[in-house]
Write a protein that binds this ligand. Structure first.
Ligand code: 5AD
Ligand code: SF4
Length: 439
């Protein structure tokens, strides 16, 4: 038994959807009257975990050990995808107080109360009725806010745990999303990033009962006064429909940035990954996107060292990178996930081969990112100021193409200002303010 916690700390790992969930859990705890605190002092620590790669599970166990150092014994809740995948095993192994999956965290206060009474507190259900309706309203939000509109995945790429930990593809209803977007804007958001594991698979009925895709939703958010920018992530090539591409040409608030993971440039590997798109069909989508919006900045995800990947397959990935010219991209070493088909495939790749391929891929991506940043020098664009920089008077914001822009200006966090990009570095650009537009 532990006393009911008065203070809490949420630590989120992994993707932006986990960050969103972490924020919502914090709001939930605050609504229960608890106050936020540093991890080393909080009565309740929520570890909002990620299971996508590496030894994420082991990391959770070592984190738990660290929290219990110096004779401290906070109540510990394990949330997120490791909680979903490991369930009761975490309680057995690490004697944590609460285990709660990504679809059940609206029950966190109840689980915490149970744990305080010394009862078992585990919930990894995936109920049909979603958690969202049972979360408190959004109150304090940053200038650039996240909004989860879709969860889960039905694609079953052979390396990926998401379909198992996050469940099937579910779209949140139109009305709930529009209401949450308005609440975010009322609370100070200027930019909203719509989140989903397959966000462009979003589908729902609008207020008149017409079936809409993500483009329809984007057009509805476009009408919210005070909202200046809309983004979305992550998309799947097979759900990149015409309407969304057209929206990029027509909706001014929709930013010219697309994160479209491809994973590999080799058709043989894409097939083994069960990606259900080819190198060529992916490249053709990007051609259409660029025709609609010529200044589109492109981003992607890559996995190197998938089982059976030969040097020739990897060369196809490098040539795809050359062909696209990404503005930025993420690349990972393949990590076998227990229970996924690829984990049992023959021809697992040696770690040193993966290391070497990852280095070459990242060098190519970095080269293109720097080239993209250099090519943007002289461009004029809006910058949404998000935080203070390290230097006195310095502010950091984002360009439409998601570059970090460093500048000095007589402006406040949350302002949108007009900037000319003045210089470029591998990971950021600097800007000079042109005209100050009141927020
Ligand atoms: N190993 C390495 N990377 C992975 N990803 C997903 N599963 C794995 C895995 N088992 C990467 C993919 C995906 C991103 C979110 O994480 O590139 O797009
Ligand atoms: Fe995982 Fe593939 Fe679904 Fe993306 S599309 S979440 S990589 S299974």
């Amino acid at each position: 038994m532990k006393p009911a916690p008065k203070t809490f700390h949420v630590k989120s790992f992994g993707c932006q959807m986990n960050m969103y969930d972490g924020d919502r859990m914090s709001e939930l705890m605050s609504a229960e009257g608890m106050t936020p605190a540093e991890a080393a002092e909080a009565d309740l620590v929520v570890l909002n975990t990620c299971h996508i790669r590496e030894r994420a599970t082991e990391k959770v166990y070592s984190d738990i050990g660290r929290l219990r150092k110096n004779g401290r014994a906070p109540m510990i809740a394990v949330a997120g995808c490791v909680a979903q995948a490991e369930g009761a095993e975490i309680v057995r192994r690490a004697k944590v107080d609460v285990v709660v999956g990504p679809q059940a965290y609206h029950n966190l206060p109840e689980l915490v109360a149970k744990a305080a009474r010394g009862e078992a507190a585990l919930d990894t259900d995936m109920p049909v009725e979603t958690k969202f309706g049972r979360l408190p309203a959004r109150r304090r939000v940053p200038p650039s806010a996240f909004l989860t509109v879709q969860e889960g995945c039905d694609k079953f790429c052979t390396y990926c745990v998401v379909p198992y930990t996050r469940g099937a593809e579910v779209s949140r209803p139109w009305g709930a999303i529009v209401d949450e977007a308005k609440a975010l804007v009322d609370a100070g958001a200027k930019e909203i990033t719509l989140l989903g594991q397959n966000v462009n698979a979003w589908e729902g009925e609008d207020a008149s009962g017409n079936v809409q895709g993500l483009d329809g939703l984007i057009r509805a958010l476009d009408r919210i006064e005070g909202l200046k920018r809309i983004r979305y992530t992550t998309s799947h090539p097979n759900d990149m429909r015409e309407g969304l591409i057209v929206a990029h040409a027509e909706v001014e608030k929709l930013m010219p940035f697309l994160h479209l993971p491809v994973q590999s440039g080799s058709d043989r590997i894409l097939k083994a990954m069960n990606r259900s798109h080819s190198r060529d069909s992916y490249l053709r989508i990007l051609d259409r996107v660029r025709a609609a919006r010529p200044d589109m900045a492109l981003s992607g995800d890559f996995i190197v060292g998938f089982p059976g990947e030969t040097e020739a397959d990897f060369a196809d990935t490098l040539s795809l990178v050359d062909a696209v010219g990404y503005a930025q991209a993420f690349s990972f070493k393949y990590s076998p996930r227990p229970g996924t088909p690829a984990a049992d495939m023959a021809e697992q790749i040696a770690p040193e081969v993966m290391d070497e391929r990852l280095q070459r891929l990242q060098a190519a991506i970095n080269r293109d990112q720097e080239a993209f940043n250099l090519a943007s020098v002289g461009r004029r664009c809006g910058v949404l100021l998000e935080r203070k920089g390290k230097l006195p008077g310095q502010l950091i914001g984002k360009s439409p193409w998601l570059q970090s822009v460093h500048l000095v200006a007589d402006a406040a966090i949350g302002d949108m200002i007009e900037v000319e990009i003045a210089a470029a570095w591998p990971n950021s650009v600097s800007g000079v303010e042109l005209v100050h537009e009141a927020a």
